[in-house]
Design a protein around this ligand. Structure first.
Ligand code: ING
Length: 311
């Protein structure tokens, strides 16, 4: 008897600078209710799902950008989402900007949490691959300053046991780095959940627009196939105060085939009745890690950061 579970990916349209948490949380709750109506047991929301993608702006004082961070989760504003999850018995992934105190020091991360169907936080991940720059590049219509506002995640790539199997989380740019998924697959992850905010235009090099979608899809489908796992990817997209981000939210099977894809750049729910055993043959054969991997030849992957040409 295969383990079939309906998963939902809840894409969010734009969140503007003047959007209130209350209004955003209502959108999230509406999407969760729609997911429930379609029989979903888990919902994946986007990265930074409570605010606009503020790393596109230059802020010099923390007082200017502190408002984008959550000091507690759930908070009074986000509690309705947790209450709804418990009422409907739905688990969810939520991306948000985390402000926390560790050993008396304020720390800030681009974070996601995994919340079980009874509303408890069972997992947390802090984004490791922070793209862009710490300082503004200056000659572009927007910036990408995640290295300015967030620290590199300090929790590794954890995998969490749930009633639907082992779930791993990552965030946005992490999906471009195969190491992300391989580490989680080596811990037995069967489902990867991720949110993303991907600007339509690349400010660092003149790249044809169609490649944004291509590289996004390539990253998801490769990750799914090469690790024999399901990928749930939720975009926050559309034009946020005039700055556009790609949609393309998707559910990708362990075969590498995209089985559901959003068609808009607005709030949109996609679902699929996923066979959680579909990846088993892939992990038993072509990507049987124990049988085929040759770690004695992979040393450079963890001992060398950049390219070093051997003369
Ligand atoms: N956004 C983008 C992403 O990785 C990016 C940044 C886009 C980097 C394209 C490189 C190329 O999808 C976030 N938030 O990481």
């Amino acid at each position: 008897m295969s383990r079939r579970v309906v998963f939902a990916v809840a894409q969010l349209g734009p969140i503007h600078l003047d959007s209130s948490r209350k209004a955003v949380v209502k959108r999230l709750v509406d999407l969760m209710r729609e997911a429930h109506a379609r029989g979903a047991k888990w919902v994946t929301f986007p990265e930074l799902a409570l605010t606009t993608f503020f790393p596109r702006y230059v802020y010099n004082d923390v007082e200017e950008y502190d408002r984008f961070f959550e000091e507690e989760l759930p908070s009074p504003e986000t509690q309705p989402l947790f209450d709804c999850a418990r009422e409907l018995s739905i688990g969810f992934y939520l991306g948000y900007a985390e402000k926390t105190v560790i050993d008396g020091k304020v720390r800030r991360f681009n974070t996601s949490v995994l919340v079980s169907p009874n509303g408890d936080i069972i997992g947390k991940y802090r984004k490791i691959h922070l793209p862009g720059t710490k300082d503004p590049i200056g000659d572009a219509e927007f910036e990408h300053l995640e290295k300015r506002y967030f620290e590199v995640g300090d929790l590794g790539f954890p995998v969490h046991k749930s009633e639907v199997g082992r779930i791993g989380m990552c965030i946005c740019n992490d999906r471009r780095w195969p190491e992300t998924f391989r580490v989680m697959a080596l811990k037995g992850a069967e489902v990867f959940m991720l949110g993303y905010n991907t600007p339509t235009r690349n400010i660092h090099y003149n790249e044809p627009a169609h490649l944004r979608e291509h590289h996004h899809r390539l990253s998801l489908e490769s990750a799914a196939y090469q690790n024999g796992a399901w990928v749930m990817a939720a975009a926050k997209c559309g034009s946020e105060d005039g700055f556009t981000m790609i949609g393309g939210s998707a559910i990708v099977a362990p075969t590498g085939e995209t089985v559901a894809r959003a068609v808009s750049e607005d709030d949109e729910l996609i679902t699929h009745n996923c066979d959680l055993d579909l990846g088993a043959y892939i992990r038993r054969s072509v990507f049987n890690f124990a049988k085929h991997r040759r770690i004695e030849h992979y040393g450079l992957i963890t001992t060398q950061t950049g390219v070093e040409i051997e003369e």
